[in-house]
Write a protein that binds this ligand. Structure first.
Ligand code: NI
Length: 138
């Protein structure tokens, strides 16, 4: 199986707080990340797909096509936005874990339908010290 991974970046802001919890509980769980004014990250995003190598192009998916799907479905939507305001996070706190889930949900079907590839993993890199993978079950 050949895996193809492409890296992207987007800047976005969030507040880590669950509206269902009291303020002091949110501060206890999320620390200063619960500050209601929010804060930003320069997120790294890695999208890994697999598929058949096209005998004509020698590629699993044309890079232009992959880029256009990721741009349209994810980057244009989340870039320079307050993530908490996006319906993708209406029912979940926009942690990097949930960003990875939301990106996977946003890309899985379009990648299959428009590019004929299977999304294997979504990695969201939040800081130099933490990243999160939403991949297939082993
Ligand atoms: Ni943060």
């Amino acid at each position: 199986m050949i895996l193809s991974t492409r890296r992207y970046r987007f800047a976005a802001a969030h507040v880590l707080a669950n509206p269902a919890l009291p303020d002091d509980e949110n501060r206890r769980i999320y620390g200063k990340c619960a500050n209601p004014n929010g804060h930003g990250h320069d997120y790294g995003l890695e999208v890994t797909v697999t598929g058949t190598v096209d005998p004509v192009t020698g590629s699993i998916v044309p890079q232009e096509l992959l880029d256009s799907i990721v741009r349209e479905r994810v980057l244009d939507r989340l870039s320079h936005r307050m993530l908490n305001a996006d319906p993708l996070f209406a029912d979940r706190v926009p942690t990097a874990e949930n960003i990875a889930l939301a990106v996977r949900e946003s890309l899985e079907k379009p990648l299959e339908d428009a590019a004929g590839v299977r999304l294997v993993n979504v990695r969201v890199v939040e800081t130099p010290r933490n990243f999160f993978d939403h991949g297939e079950a082993p």
